[in-house]
Design a protein around this ligand. Structure first.
Ligand code: BTN
Length: 251
């Protein structure tokens, strides 16, 4: 059955991911979607902070209780990124670039970040998909130079409800793709179509104990990024930070 989201709204909360985790541990069902107008402890990947001023962004976390194998779970982040890509095209007419594994960029600046986390609950393991989209620029809270909002990209402040509803519809649609291998292959192909990082992009990879550069060569079936570091030398990246090296997009 298709995912049926139920939205639970807060004016202010520490983090929608933390709230979704608490509710998951209390046995909440798949589809619970926590939305807040502000986060006081918004969290990003690698223990970073996600600044979340009041009404400047869409801050949401969706609780999933996937029935497919754990080996497929890493594709949840890619599925969410593709859903954001498609939702922004549909609701704002905005074309964004998917940056592996969890960012959406416009003009090489970050417009959305995704933080997918797993949590053990008494109903089995659950996944929390946290999505933060910069809707507009809060004049009292200037954005970092490497970030951008939909408002600056399109010249118009988006309707947050339209973006949220469009996004939930597309997540429900794309989530189903993860259930079959043909669906997963389709998802990866779509992801690659909308990401300048998929093929032939010169990147720098930062791992906890090592940095290296190479050229991207597509995705593994679990969503890991293939990076060629020398003739015939292929590295498979499953974690860490990947940044585009400017001025060389080669094949
Ligand atoms: C990243 O780019 O590092 C991921 C950022 C994810 C931010 C969102 S905002 C809604 C949800 N709640 C959080 O605390 N984080 C995610």
């Amino acid at each position: 059955m298709a995912l049926q989201p139920t939205i639970l709204r807060f004016d202010s909360i520490d983090s929608t991911n933390l709230e979704a985790m608490r509710q998951a541990k209390d046995g909440a069902p798949e589809g619970l979607c926590i939305v807040a107008r502000q986060q006081t402890r918004g969290r990003g990947r690698l223990d970073r902070t996600w600044e979340s001023p009041f009404d400047a962004g869409l801050y949401m976390s969706l609780l999933l209780r996937p029935q497919f194998e754990m080996s497929v779970w890493p594709l949840i982040t890619l599925m969410a990124a593709l859903a954001v890509h498609d939702a922004l095209a549909k609701t704002c007419g905005l074309t964004v670039d998917i940056k592996w594994p969890n960012d959406l960029c416009w003009d090489d600046r970050k417009l959305c970040g995704i933080l997918a986390e797993t949590v053990e609950t008494n109903r089995g393991p659950a996944a929390i998909v946290g999505i933060g989209i910069n809707l507009k620029t809060d004049p009292g809270f200037p954005m970092a130079a490497e970030a951008v909002s939909i408002q600056s990209a399109t010249g118009a402040a988006p309707n947050a409800e339209d973006v949220l509803n469009g996004l939930l519809e597309l997540i429900a649609n794309h989530y189903q793709l993860l259930e079959t291998s043909s669906g997963r292959e389709h998802l990866i192909r779509e992801w690659c179509t909308h990401s300048s990082y998929a093929f032939g992009r010169r990147v720098r990879v930062a791992l906890p104990d090592e940095n290296f550069e190479g050229t991207t060569r597509g995705l593994e079936s679990d969503g890991a990024l293939r990076v060629e570091t020398g003739k015939g030398n292929l590295r498979v990246v499953r974690a860490g930070d990947v940044t585009g090296v400017r001025s060389s997009n080669i094949n």
